[in-house]
Structure formats: C-alpha cells, structure tokens
Design a binder for this molecule. Structure first.
Ligand SMILES: [Fe+2]
Length: 436
C-alpha cells in the first residue's frame, strides 16, 4: 500500500457503478502496461472487495494468497538468494512476505478489538502475542526502519511460508466466527479483513514493480490483472482514447463515507468548486511523449531505448518493440510536468481527475497517474487504527489516481488515493493532461 506497502514498500522511500471483483490474472499473451491490449477501466469503477461479505472475503483472501505464493516461487526462480540491494524503493523479499503475515495476524488474529473496525485500538493490551517469537521486532513497518530490514534475523523462505499459512488459517477462522455471529455483512466487523486483503494485494504489486526494476523475469499471469466486466476491451482504437473530455464548471464532491470499506484518507466528502476544464480521455501515450524527448533532450525513463532507430521497452529484463499507442510509463511527476510545460498543458488536480473519471469515456487503470495535488488530508480527516497508512506521508508525497495493470482488482477503485514521492520512476506510473 502506499502508506502500508505504505509502511512496507512505500516507507521504502522515506505507500451504482461498475465493479470489479475478479482477481484473476492474465495469461502469457497479455501485455500489461506495456501494450494497448489491456486498456483497463472506463468510468466510475468501484472495487467489490470493499463491500464483500465474510464468505466472499474468505475466497478473495485465498485467491490473493495464491498469487502471493506464486510470486514467492517466481522470485525464488529468478533470484535464488533473494538478495535485493538495499535501495530506497526496495525491501528484502523475505521481509515483505513476513510483513504480509504479520499485518494480517496483528489486525485480524491478535487484535481482540477487531470487531470494532475503525474504532479499534491501534496497539496495547488488547493485542495478543504473535505465533512467531519477536514478530513485532521483525515486521512492524512502523517500528522497523527501512535501512535496518537487510540486517534482521528473518526466518528463511520455508519458515516465512509456514508463518503465512498459519496466520491465514487463523484469520479465516476468525472471519468464520464473524459470520457465525451474524455479522458477515457488517462494515465494522469486516473492516480489518478488507484492509488486510488490499494490503497483501498492494505488496504483491510491489513485488511486480521491484522485479521490473531489477530486470527479473516473472510469469505474466502473476503480473497483470484481467480486464473485468465494465472494463474496456482491446480494440484498434480504444473507446475514449483519443481527444479529450470537456467538463463544465461545477461543485464536485471529493471524498466519501462509504458504505463499505473506506480508507481513512478518502474521508470526508467535501465540495470542490471546479472551473470548466478539458482533460485527456486517456493517459498520455508514448506517441505523445517521445516527441518531447526528441525535441528537448529530456532524459528517457528507465526501461526504454531507441536501438537502430527502433523504440524498444524492457519488460522484466527482456527488450521488446515499444507499442507507441500504449501509455507512457515509469515516468515520475517531474517528467510529467516537463512534458506538460513543453506541450502547453498541465497536470489535472486530484479533484479534476476524480470528477472526470465519472464520465464513461474516461479510460484508466493501465498506469497510475500523477496529479498536480500534494497528498494532503481532506477536511475532517481522522486516522484509522492503522495510523501510519496516511498520516506520515502528508504533503511530501504526491497523489496518484487510477491503478496500473499490476494492481489487483480488489484495489482498483476510482475513489482510491495512491501516493508516492514525486521522484519515483520504479512504479508503473504515467499521467494525463489538461488544456490550459
Ligand atoms: Fe505494509
């Protein structure tokens, strides 16, 4: 998560509408963010995981775990010693996987106030001991400094897998108890299971972008999300991918109260007065981005090159022809702003992005999209029990909206606020623009 890969991968850098619930990942022919075969979502897509029942969550947690275990195996195949360098955007893989288990155990197994949801304590006497000795000293992302994670006496791969399995089993038992108590539809009672599901999904996305950054080969089926119902389908000219969308002057309501699961930083609903604006119907493509590089000499993003006059992109260590109609990716916020200046355009504010995304012609979900907005609390913000999800990152992170092709369908939601420092190029991020 942002805050929680946030405090996981993200702290690494000191992370009535259509719905998607499938967490099926694509087969080997899919191109993810690297070609236009997968064009993501159209309009105001919401995640069905946010309103999932106890029974649905039990299934979703097991599907997500299948992907986690698949990624663990794939990482071990590609990098047998799992020796990731201590870089700002990285975490030791064994730490990431143990932390997934720790987070699930902390909130859904050890927390005796789990039924209180957002009103639960964050820590203290109502939290039982871990199954794993010293688990808090190893995996509590709020306490374990990023740089120290390489020197911790972590369990080995087999030990980490055993911890993951034991915690999931106990977490599912507790979830079953919620259902048995007749609370299998309760937002408060299910809050922590919905949170830990998305937390694991977000760390899985981090495992994909870390592999891309290191040039490790991963099976595409573990990397890219399948387009779900309501998603745009592959076509020569995807709907809404040319031209712009005109929005009139209006008071748009940013933020929401649910029903269903809500991240603390998405609350509260509040009006934003927007002047009329015209916004791209889709993220800026390579065909629009590369002429700026040619004209200005601006540095190319990582994983792209021009070889003997042919543009190529590197996908998990393999160089392939670049699809010029695919969204430009691995751009940081400064690259996006420089392009806008050259093109006489600007980045959308977060409110403009969210407002435009209510239009059915608005295509998104292939790349995270930088906005012009600092990550900041909405009026009336109150931290949820996982206090480090949002609060530590205000103002020095930038809001990204949307999703990328590696984002689990559980997380894909038009209301979701992602946030990273503006310098990050390792994530699957691009942008769209607004006319001046
Ligand atoms: Fe985390």
């Amino acid at each position: 998560m942002n805050g929680s890969t946030s405090a996981g991968a993200r702290q690494a850098t000191p992370s009535p509408s259509l719905s998607v619930f499938s967490s099926v990942f694509l087969g080997p022919s899919s191109g993810g963010v690297f070609d236009r075969a997968f064009v993501g979502c159209l309009g105001p897509v919401h995640s069905a995981a946010r309103t999932a029942s106890a029974a649905q969550l039990a299934q979703a947690l097991q599907r997500t775990r299948k992907r986690t275990l698949g990624l663990m195996q794939a990482w071990q195949n590609a990098m047998p010693d799992l020796s990731v360098p201590p870089l700002p955007g990285m975490n030791p893989p064994l730490w990431e996987w143990g932390h997934i288990a720790w987070f699930q155990e902390w909130w859904t197994v050890r927390n005796r106030q789990r039924h209180l949801g957002t009103r639960s304590a964050s820590s203290g006497a109502d939290f039982d001991a871990s199954l794993l000795p010293d688990a808090d000293a190893l995996y509590n992302s709020s306490e374990v400094a990023h740089d120290s994670r390489w020197a911790l006496p972590l369990p080995n791969l087999a030990g980490t897998q055993a911890y993951l399995a034991q915690v999931l089993e106990r977490s599912l038992e507790q979830l079953q108890a919620v259902e048995a108590d007749g609370q299998g539809e309760s937002d408060e009672h299910l809050y922590f299971w919905r949170l830990v599901l998305q937390h694991e999904d977000m760390h899985n996305e981090a495992a994909v972008y870390m592999a891309q950054d290191l040039g490790l080969e991963l099976p595409p089926a573990l990397c890219w999300r399948e387009p779900a119902s309501g998603a745009a389908v592959a076509q020569e000219k995807p709907v809404g991918c040319s031209g712009g969308i005109l929005l009139p002057e209006q008071a748009y309501t940013l933020g929401h109260q649910g029903p269903g699961f809500v991240f603390d930083n998405e609350r509260q609903a509040h009006p934003q007065v927007l002047a009329a604006f015209e916004i791209d119907a889709a993220a800026v493509t390579w065909a629009r981005y590369l002429p700026f590089v040619n004209a200005t000499g601006h540095a190319l993003p990582p994983h792209v090159r021009c070889s003997q006059g042919v543009w190529q992109a590197q996908r998990f260590g393999q160089w392939k022809a670049l699809d010029l109609q695919a969204p430009a990716v691995h751009l940081n916020a400064l690259d996006a702003q420089a392009w806008c200046q050259w093109a006489n355009r600007r980045l959308p504010t977060e409110a403009e992005w969210a407002c435009a995304a209510q239009q059915l012609g608005f295509a998104w979900g292939q790349v995270w999209e930088w906005t012009a907005s600092d990550f900041a609390p909405y009026p009336g913000f109150e931290a949820h029990p996982y206090r480090d999800y949002s609060e530590p990152w205000w103002y020095h992170h930038r809001v990204l909206r949307g999703a990328c092709a590696a984002t689990s369908a559980h997380v894909v939601d038009v209301r979701y606020r992602n946030f990273f420092v503006p310098q990050r190029r390792d994530i699957f991020a691009g942008f769209r623009s607004v006319s001046l």
